[in-house]
Design a protein around this ligand. Structure first.
Ligand code: ADP
Ligand code: MG
Ligand code: MG
Length: 251
């Protein structure tokens, strides 16, 4: 589904290398988790894959279903089936949440040569998905994320994901700032989307999210590289001993 080979990335503004040769393959149907200390480049990886400005790829490549991602505009990547749930969801004053969702859905459909979703079908779908995430009618009507609590913003990201049904879902620290109940809702939302045709990259600082979203593979990232890969046990090891042991082992 997603294949990243020897990816090196510099910041455009500063003379600084953030990613120093990332190799990662996420197969369809699998959930891969990336853990790692703050500043190791996890968010940068998610930004570069989704097409945010400000980065220069100096080496390597990334493909989605064999198609070069890095050559595409962000909206083309989304239309191809890539989705990023942000670590820090952005507020968009003046744009209603439902308008935003419907516009995104229709843009995706258009890119695939499909007809727009009817107003009635959209309403039915958005209400159904919102209900399972405990997003009320008021939150659907308000401008995107404006005045939402941290947990509401994260649930709203999962609502977008549920509506768009992407092929490759990247979640960047979706668990940060969530209380136990919100974490359950978010995890259930993600688990409901698990499917043989869909891949997940779950970036998280803490093991506890992985109690709810059971990963197939766990990677540890440090200083712009994946330094260790293992099964779910690797996350438990990090929870128990921190990163120090793994870092010194690799060094
Ligand atoms: P993580 O998500 O693993 O915490 P990030 O990808 O956010 O790590 O950051 C990786 C490194 O790149 C950090 O050292 C961070 O300070 C630096 N960095 C990222 N973006 C910028 C930027 N726009 N300007 C300066 N430094 C940046
Ligand atoms: Mg961070
Ligand atoms: Mg981050």
């Amino acid at each position: 589904m997603l294949e990243i080979k020897n990816l090196h990335v510099d910041l455009e503004e500063e003379d600084k290398t953030i990613l120093k040769g990332v190799n990662l393959t996420v197969e369809a149907g699998k959930v891969h988790a990336i853990m790692g200390p703050n500043g190791s480049g996890k968010s940068t990886l998610s930004y570069v894959l989704s097409g945010r400005d400000g980065y220069t790829v100096t080496e390597g490549n990334a493909t989605l279903e064999g198609v070069d991602l890095l050559e595409m505009e962000p909206e083309e990547r989304a239309a191809a089936g890539l989705f990023l749930a942000f670590q820090y969801p952005v507020e968009i004053p003046g744009v209603g949440n439902m308008t935003f969702l419907r516009t995104a859905m229709n843009a995706q459909r258009k890119a695939r040569g499909e007809d727009e979703i009817s107003a009635a079908d959209f309403l039915k779908l958005v209400r159904e998905k919102a209900k399972t995430l405990k997003i009320d009618a008021d939150m659907l009507k308000r401008p995107v994320n404006v005045g939402f609590s941290g947990g509401e913003k994260k649930r709203n990201e999962i609502l977008q994901m549920a509506m768009l049904e992407p092929k490759m879902c990247i979640l960047d620290e979706t668990d940060s700032g969530l209380d136990v109940d919100a974490m359950k809702l978010v995890s259930e939302g993600v688990n409901a989307l698990r499917d043989a045709g869909r891949g997940f990259l779950v970036i998280t600082h803490y093991q506890r999210l992985l109690d709810h979203i059971k990963p197939d593979v766990v990677h540890i990232m440090s200083d712009g590289r994946i330094i260790k890969t293992g099964g779910p046990d690797l996350a438990l090891e990090v929870e128990k001993n921190g990163y120090a042991d793994i870092l010194s082992e690799v060094a």
